[in-house]
Design a protein. Structure first.
Length: 394
């Protein structure tokens, strides 16, 4: 891998920065600075701005209506967006299910679901995990039974992120009750009769998770993605993409820079935490781990552009998620006594807003939320098993 700067990449980075300076709403950047969760409408508005620029499908080829950017250009774009404080895009739609639809769906499926993803009209939720089937998707119990020109779906899903504020849920369901892994991917209207969405409030007082019930939900057969019974293979394709993005390099970099700024703030006696040799050493270790993660990610992206299909997603997810938690832990420690406050957003809490730095509650809430990074997208214990089997052949 050649790490020397490429003038073309530098020019592209400057173009992205100029776009962010001109188009990113200041209130969104401020919300990010304070550590609050973005509202769904923020994400939708940002997607529309990106689509108007032709940049909504950063990871999509031109044939799908995307940018056709290289892996490195996608990386640069995501990094600059994170550093500028831009809202995230609809990861479920653009990064996960969009590529599945465009790779395995028929032309009708692509036409119905492709463009609305790019324009922000159609936000998606992932309906995979169940109360008794988390990392072990082979134990899924949700059923989809054919009845004429429809599927009738019954079952329960859990940890369905943003199901309460989305248009469709992509459900992984059994369509052949006799085979262990005969699953199909079916797109379900989140507001269809029989769909019940129950909130799950997380430890940081945020609301992004749900339990979703399907009771005799009728869905047209045309909502099937690809072929019936191939959902397991599509899910593996999707999860490998999800795990690769779970390295969270841009977010790790942004949080690390924020941590350095927090440690450099003067305390009441005028001293700085950053001047403590022990603190400086811990920060240096985190920065070294980040640089290793960044290099590993760039290498993986370069090899992917060259056609490599090695399952590096598990490696990146493992290292990136653990680093994100370590940075968060040190951020909370840097807050001192103010690290005891856990309010996701002053506008969402009935408790009086506490004294202290304006960014403190958001930092703590994000730290709490990130405890799940080593679980979602496949628990890190599972990733270690995948690594052992794929790379070490154990």
């Amino acid at each position: 891998m050649d790490l020397r700067p490429d003038p073309a990449d530098d020019l592209f980075r400057q173009q992205v920065r100029q776009f962010l300076r001109e188009q990113l709403p200041p209130d969104m950047a401020e919300r990010n600075r304070l550590g609050y969760h973005f509202l769904r409408e923020d994400m939708r508005h940002w997607t529309r701005l990106l689509h108007a620029q032709g940049w909504a499908g950063a990871n999509w080829p031109k044939a799908w209506g995307g940018t056709g950017w290289s892996q490195l250009q996608q990386f640069i774009f995501e990094e600059e967006c994170a550093l500028a404080g831009a809202p995230p895009v609809d990861v479920a739609g653009l990064r996960m299910f969009g590529p599945v639809v465009m790779t395995f769906g028929n032309e009708q499926c692509k036409a119905r679901f492709g463009l609305p993803i790019l324009t922000g009209e159609l936000f998606w939720a992932q309906g995979f995990s169940e109360p008794n089937a988390g990392s072990d998707l082979g134990s899924l119990a949700t059923r989809a039974v054919r009845d004429g020109n429809e599927y009738v779906i019954n079952g329960r899903k859990i940890w369905t992120s943003y199901a309460h504020n989305t248009e469709v849920i992509c459900v992984l369901a059994r369509t052949d009750l006799t085979a262990k892994r005969s699953f199909s991917m079916i797109v379900v209207d989140a507001h269809a009769p029989g769909v019940s969405i129950r909130p799950i409030i997380d430890i940081g007082e945020g609301y992004s998770l749900n339990e979703t019930l399907f009771e005799d939900v009728r869905v047209p057969l045309d909502n099937l993605i690809g072929e019936e019974g191939q959902g397991w293979n599509y899910a593996k394709f999707l999860l490998d993409n999800e795990r690769a993005s779970s390295a969270e390099v841009p977010l790790n970099k942004s949080n690390l820079m924020k941590l350095r700024r927090m440690l450099a703030l003067p305390r009441a006696d005028g001293s700085r935490r950053l001047d403590d040799p022990g603190v400086a050493s811990r920060l240096a270790q985190l920065e070294v781990h980040f640089q290793a993660l960044e290099m590993m990610t760039l290498r993986a992206l370069t090899e992917k552009d060259q056609g490599s299909r090695l399952p590096v997603g598990s490696l990146l997810k493992l290292r990136g998620s653990e680093l994100l938690q370590k940075i968060g832990e040190m951020q909370v420690e840097a807050l001192g006594d103010y690290g005891a406050y856990v309010y996701a957003d002053p506008h969402e809490s009935a408790v009086p807003w506490p004294p202290g730095p304006a960014h403190a509650p958001g930092v703590v809430a994000d730290f709490m939320y990130r405890r799940a990074t080593t679980i979602y997208g496949g628990a890190n214990e599972v990733q270690r098993t995948i690594i052992a089997r794929s790379f070490l052949e154990l």
